[in-house]
Every structure is written in C-alpha cells, then in structure tokens.
Design a protein around this ligand. Structure first.
Ligand code: C2E
Ligand code: MG
Ligand code: MG
Ligand code: MG
Length: 277
C-alpha cells in the first residue's frame, strides 16, 4: 500500500495508511461475532419487469457496526471471504432471503424471484449444493424463487466442480445470474461457459447511455446479443427517466436502480410496493 502510494520510500507509510490498516484489523476481528450480535441485516431492492410488474428483489447485506455505523459490503465482504466467514454469513443471507421470499409471496406477490449475491468461496464448499437444496425445502421456497448472482471472479479459481455445482443448481430449477457484467475481462467467453439465465449489465455502462455514443451502442447491442442467446437481461443502477426510457425502447427485460426503488429494510417490506409507471 505504502509502496503504491509513495514509490519506494519506507517513510511513505502515512498516518492515513495506519488508520486504514487499523480499521481493517478491527473490522476483521469484529466481523466474527457480528452475526451472533445481530449486527447484520438485509435490505431488499426491487427489480421490475419492463411491463411494470414487480419481478422480485435483490437481497443486499448490511453491517450496522455499533461504533462505526453502516459498513459497506464492498468493504467487509472481501474480509469475510479472506477469513472464510462468508460461508456462515452467506448461509444466513440465503436463509433470511428465502424467508422474505416466502413472506412476500404469501402477501400476494406471486412468482417473486429473490436474488442473492454468492461469493466464489461459498461455491467452493463441497456440500454447498446439497445444503442449498435442503434449505429451499426447509423454507418452502420453490427453486425458481431463488436467483444466485455470481460474478466473473467465480471463474478465476474455478475448476470443473464450480461449473458442475452451478449446473446441478440450474437443473434443480435455481436461477443463475451473471452480475456486474462488463466490468471484468473475457466476458464473452463466460457467456459461453457458464450455465446462466440472466445477465446483469453493470451500472457503469448504464450510467452514461444518455450522453455517450459508445455506451449507447454497447448496451443496445448487448441487449440484443443476450436475447439471441436466449437469456434475459437486467439493467443495474438506473437513476433517471432518460435512462429508463432508452432501456425500455431497447427491450431490456428487467430494471433495477434508485429511480425505481432503493434497497428497503425488512420492516419496510409490508408496505405496498408500487408498480412502475
Ligand atoms: P451488486 O451485487 O452489484 O449490488 C448492486 C449495488 O449497487 C448495491 O450496493 C446497490 O445498493 C447499488 N445500487 C443499486 N441501484 C443503484 C443506483 O441506481 N445507483 C447507484 N449508485 N447504486 C445502486 P451495495 O448494497 O453497497 O452492495 C455492494 C456490493 O456488495 C454488491 O454489488 C455485491 O457485490 C456485494 N454484496 C452485497 N450483499 C452481498 C451478500 O449478501 N453476499 C455477497 N457475497 N456479496 C454481497
Ligand atoms: Mg448483485
Ligand atoms: Mg451488480
Ligand atoms: Mg455492480
């Protein structure tokens, strides 16, 4: 870190670096008990079909730290992956998300799909698929009510077992989505190799579609490419009406972003979720 910031000078290790390292150590140590102390929670961000029908939600993890306040999953999920804690935490996430899927369905939202982010570390646990299928049964959630969001990073250390596990899940009816599409490299290869139903176009592509010709062409062409492969496509991070209008014009199947709905707390989930205009 110090090297990257200040060349080879040893003295470049600044107070800011020390603070950052300190925070990291603190978080790493305290994450262990966070589940038991009920500091973790889920928010649910709505995902709509282009017709305006509510298609489901993406479950997003939050850590409400007693002193530091809200810690972003972008900060603590990597720590949880390094320590292996993502395995019990991820299991808790899936359980909670399934419970919410059932509750929401019971309230009359039929065919709700609950999307859960999956770490590559979870998928490498040999008993993951069996555990997952058992859990769905226990929770009374049909496999088609769950979508697992994976990223290209799953392929970095993936062997055949990773693909085989995804295949088994898919055969059982669990949906698989490729998240953050376009931010990695060799993306098109993965489209061929991974057993997926859904592709999520990363927000960094959606953001500039109203101003940048290149992004406009990329997103419009990606949507038709994905359709021709028989998959469905989600646009992430829609923040304004112009983006929404373009994505609808291009036939994007599913829509997600602050414009349509921010991630909501569990207790806010009883309120009537409005249809898209
Ligand atoms: P992601 O899966 O790509 O999730 C989308 C992120 O974009 C979420 O951030 C969401 O709040 C944010 N977002 C949604 N709509 C908009 C928008 O219109 N504008 C902007 N600027 N942002 C938007 P969040 O909740 O902070 O999560 C960050 C990342 O942390 C997620 O990215 C995912 O990779 C990871 N993550 C979250 N929950 C979990 C989890 O339960 N397990 C694992 N393994 N990773 C998780
Ligand atoms: Mg996601
Ligand atoms: Mg994403
Ligand atoms: Mg993203």
């Amino acid at each position: 870190q110090a090297k990257a910031a200040g060349g080879n000078r040893i003295g470049a290790y600044t107070e800011a670096d020390a603070t950052r390292a300190g925070r990291r150590l603190k978080l790493e140590g305290e994450l262990r008990g966070a589940l038991e102390r009920h500091e973790l929670s889920l928010r649910y961000q709505p995902i709509y079909a282009a017709s305006g029908r509510l298609r489901g939600f993406e479950a997003l993890l939050r850590w409400n730290h007693p002193e530091l306040g809200a810690v972003s999953p972008a900060e603590f999920v990597p720590l949880a992956e390094q320590t292996g804690l993502i395995v019990p935490i991820g299991e808790w996430v899936i359980r909670e998300a399934c419970r919410m899927q059932r509750e929401t369905t019971a309230k009359g939202h039929a065919d709700i799909v609950m999307a859960v982010n999956l770490s590559p570390v979870q998928l490498r646990v040999p008993s993951f698929v069996d555990g997952m299928l058992r859990l769905l049964e226990e929770c009374g959630v049909p496999a088609s009510g769950l979508e697992l969001e994976i990223t290209e990073s799953i392929m970095l250390e993936a062997g055949e077992t990773t693909i085989a596990s995804l295949d088994r899940l898919r055969q059982a009816g669990v949906r698989i989505a490729l998240d953050d599409f376009g931010t990695g490299y060799a993306s098109l290869t993965y489209l061929r190799e991974l057993p997926i139903h859904t592709l999520k176009l990363d927000r960094s592509f959606i953001h500039p579609i109203c101003h940048q010709h290149t992004e406009r062409v990329i997103v419009e062409s990606m949507i038709s490419l994905v359709h021709r492969l028989g998959l469905e496509v989600v646009a992430e991070g829609i923040e304004d009406e112009d983006q929404l209008a373009l994505l609808r014009e291009w036939g994007c199947d599913l829509l997600q972003g602050y414009l349509l709905g921010r991630p909501i707390e569990a207790r806010g989930m009883d309120v009537h979720l409005p249809k898209l205009a």
